[in-house]
Structures are given as C-alpha cells and as structure tokens.
Design a protein around this ligand. Structure first.
Ligand code: SF4
Ligand code: SF4
Length: 439
C-alpha cells in the first residue's frame, strides 16, 4: 500500500485488515481484505423525508441515492441552481419545502426521470407537495388567480366561455359546432384554452379549420361547451380542480358521437390519454400532428415556403408521450422547408418553461434564474441559423415571441405553429389576401 493510502487509513477508526488471506486462490492479504466498522452516515432528522415520502405521490423521493445524473439535464439548472438531487439534499437536511421557492420552479419536463436510475419521479412528487402547500394556504398569488379563473370560467385566462369559439368567425371556412350539427362526426376537434383565446393561438385554430376543410375531414368543435382540460392545474397542485374540469368535459363529450378526439394542445393530449380514463373518459385521442401526419400524401401544396426551420419538441408530446416523428413528418412534407435540429432535441429536448404551471408563474420563477427557459431556447434556435422556430403547443408562440424580443432577436427568428406553415403552403392566396389587406 502506498504511503498516501496508509496515511488516509490511519485517520479512519475501526479498520481491520487480515495480514495473510487467500480466498479461492486469490490473495486478498492486507489492504485487499480491509473492512471498515459500520458507521452512521445519516446524522440528519428524517421527519421531513418521512413526511414527504408518506404522501401519495411522494414515495419515490426516498429512493434517491444521490448519483447526481439528474442535475446536468434539468433545464432549471442551466439557468439556476436546481434538480431532484439538490431537492433531496434540502429535504434530507430537514426542509419540508413548503416555504421554499424551489417548490414552484420545476416545470415537470420529465428530463430528470429519463436519466434517473432509481426512477425518482418529480412528475408525482411535485404535484403531491404543491397540493400540500395549497392546502396550507402557501401558493403564489399568480397561481391562485388562475385557479379561480378555471373554477369560475373554465379557462385560465378568465375569459367568457361564450367567446370560446369567436376565432371561428374569421377562419374563412365554415366551423361546425357539434351541438348544432346534431349528428355523429369523424373528428371532434378539442381546440384548447390558448388556441381558443390567445390571438396567436387563434391563428393556429383558423389554420387548422382551413386544413381540415380542404382535406375533406368530417369534423366539428364543441364551441362554448368546451372547458380547459385541467392538466396544468393538476401538476401545479390542484388535483381537485383538475377532476372537476375533467368530469365536466367528460359529461359534455358523452352527449356526442365521434370517432376520434383530435387536440391542438399536448397538455390536453396528455390529460385525455393518460388521466381521463381513470375518471371514466376513454377516447381515441390524437394530437393534431399525429392525425395529420398520415394524410400528407393527400395535401396539395400550392406554394414553396422556402424556410430554414428548427423545431421545438413540446415536453408533453415528446418525453411524456413519446411522439417525436409526427411533427417532423409534417414539416418535412412542406415544399421548401429545411429542418435543422437544435442540440437539445427529441428525448433531450429543452423545456420552454410553460409546463407544470410555469405558464402562469414567470414572475415567481424570474428572481431565481439568470434568464427564462424560453429565452435560453430561443438563443439555441438562433444559433442553428434557422429563420423559423416551428412549434406545436399553444403555450409556445407567445412565450417564444416574447423571448425573441427580450433577447434582441426581433426580425431574426419567426415563431410559427406547424399548422400555420402547412396552411400557408396549402392556401397561399389566403395569406396573400390577408397581407394585402393589412398594408
Ligand atoms: S438521478 Fe435520481 S437517484 Fe440520481 S441524484 Fe438524481 S434523483 Fe437521485
Ligand atoms: S422535471 Fe424537469 S424541471 Fe423538474 S426537476 Fe426534473 S428536469 Fe428539472
């Protein structure tokens, strides 16, 4: 043994070594037979860890063995100081996280779960902890306002339910409402909150209406009967509110006959696919990119778009539901589109910061990060040299367009939903007319 090793060993209490030992013909004498006395390595109070792991959903935190693999993949760590291992260390030191801002930073993006060898599951731990914080009256005001809007109006923005289908007026095609049709349809389109109410979401809704109509799809929407899917409220800690919204949507959907439920929002897709069945609502549900991708051969493109485009994988379509190909198939079908991937893509895609209630908590998160996740993602998109950032989640156009401005890249990167790019290539005259009218 080297002097260095011996010096280290001298400081350790309770070391035993067998001077001469051979086991199965292998010489394990001296250093090689070294044994240490069993020592206590956890001198921390375990109350906080016991409390959290006793919550339904909190159990897996106990399995963290502190390998640290989750830290470099956590997007918040890239702009701050965060990750499941760091949360575990805080809990291990006796912090129950109830008054800790860290409770609200996780976007439930699932990148840590992808690499964790022990399946420590923040997608269950965070909602369980946040639910407790809400019960104790300790939640950000911003979130309280959104929950109140969802409760009263059925959407996070607090808009009138009667205006939910106002976007349809300017679609340029007939947008059928299923209650008015009074018959079964092939496709019921769940439009979702931001597609229904946000001006940039409206652009995607109208583009979808035109594309479905041109493809000859038999489709309709729920109109003012549609309510928020509630998935982001669930992961933000309001499971009761999620269940209330889900039950209302399930009751509404039960009144109508349709073959497929096609949704514009990956968060809604996640809710309908993975969480509504337990509440009695089972549907043949598809994200709109999954529905349209097999139909590309039927799409007649009248214009070349001539765009170098990069694509942002939404966490709730990609990592949460393993769909990476459908959006790319649509983009690659558009004549003139060149797809350039960012370094973080597909399974290792980088979060926009809108998941897990992050859509409503930028002001809560901002003091704890050097820049917003959307800003970091925009920088990555700009670095590819692409002129367009294609998206397919209604949270993203507004988040990324704000980030394009705040990072000083205005005029350099155009943010477009894939459905807008498809629509432009299929219906160029619609855009030429709109642009001429705007001038
Ligand atoms: S990857 Fe999993 S086990 Fe390793 S430190 Fe992170 S949470 Fe703990
Ligand atoms: S889910 Fe995403 S944001 Fe949350 S801790 Fe894991 S990697 Fe970080």
């Amino acid at each position: 043994m080297s002097d260095f090793m011996q010096r280290g060993l001298d400081k350790v209490q309770g070391v035993t070594e067998v001077e001469e030992a051979v086991i199965d013909g292998i010489d394990v004498s001296g250093y090689w037979s070294r044994m240490l006395e069993e020592r206590t390595t956890l001198d921390f109070p375990t109350d906080a860890l016991d409390w959290i792991t006793g919550l339904a959903g909190g159990e897996s935190l106990r399995d963290c063995y502190q390998c640290g693999k989750c830290i470099p993949v956590c997007p918040i760590q890239h702009v701050g100081d965060y990750g499941p291992w760091k949360l575990f260390r805080k809990v291990q030191r006796g912090n129950d996280l109830m008054a800790d801002p860290d409770l609200w930073l996780c976007t439930t993006c699932a990148n840590c779960l992808r690499v964790c060898p022990k399946q420590v599951n923040l997608l269950e731990i965070m909602p369980a902890l946040r639910e407790q914080a809400i019960l104790q009256g300790s939640m950000p005001d911003e979130l309280g306002e959104v929950f109140a809007n969802l409760q009263k109006k059925g959407n996070p923005q607090g808009e009138s339910p009667r205006k939910r289908a106002n976007w349809a007026t300017d679609a340029g095609v007939d947008v059928p409402i299923i209650s008015e049709l009074g018959r079964k349809v092939d496709v019921l389109l769940y439009v979702s909150d931001y597609t229904s109410y946000h001006p940039r979401g409206n652009d995607a809704a109208r583009a979808m209406a035109r594309v479905l109509t041109t493809l000859g799809v038999d489709w309709a929407i729920l109109g003012k009967e549609e309510k928020s899917d509630g998935d982001s409220a669930r992961v933000a800690g309001e499971r009761g509110l999620f269940e209330m919204l889900a039950e209302q949507n399930i009751e509404t959907l039960s009144k109508y006959e349709f073959d497929k439920l096609v949704v514009m929002d990956p968060h809604a897709y996640n809710a309908f696919k993975n969480h509504y069945p337990a509440l009695g609502g089972t549907y043949d549900v598809m994200h709109y990119t999954q529905f349209l991708a097999p139909l590309v051969d039927r799409m007649e493109f009248k214009d070349r778009v001539e765009l170098s485009t990069t694509f942002h994988d939404p966490c709730y379509l990609g990592r949460h539901n393993d769909e990476y190909d459908a959006p790319r198939k649509l983009l690659e079908a558009i004549p003139g589109v060149e797809l350039i991937e960012m370094p973080h893509y597909k399974k290792n895609g980088y979060c926009c910061g809108g998941g897990g209630g992050g859509m409503w908590m930028d002001s809560v998160v901002d003091p704890h990060v050097s820049e917003r996740l959307s800003e970091r993602r925009v920088r990555e998109a700009v670095d590819t040299g692409a002129g367009t950032l294609a998206v397919c989640c209604p949270y993203e156009p507004s988040r990324f367009e704000d980030a394009v401005k705040s990072t000083g890249h205005e005029g350099q990167l155009d943010v477009r939903d894939i459905i807008e790019l498809l629509d432009r290539a299929m219906h160029p005259t619609h855009y030429n007319t709109s642009e001429a009218e705007a001038e």
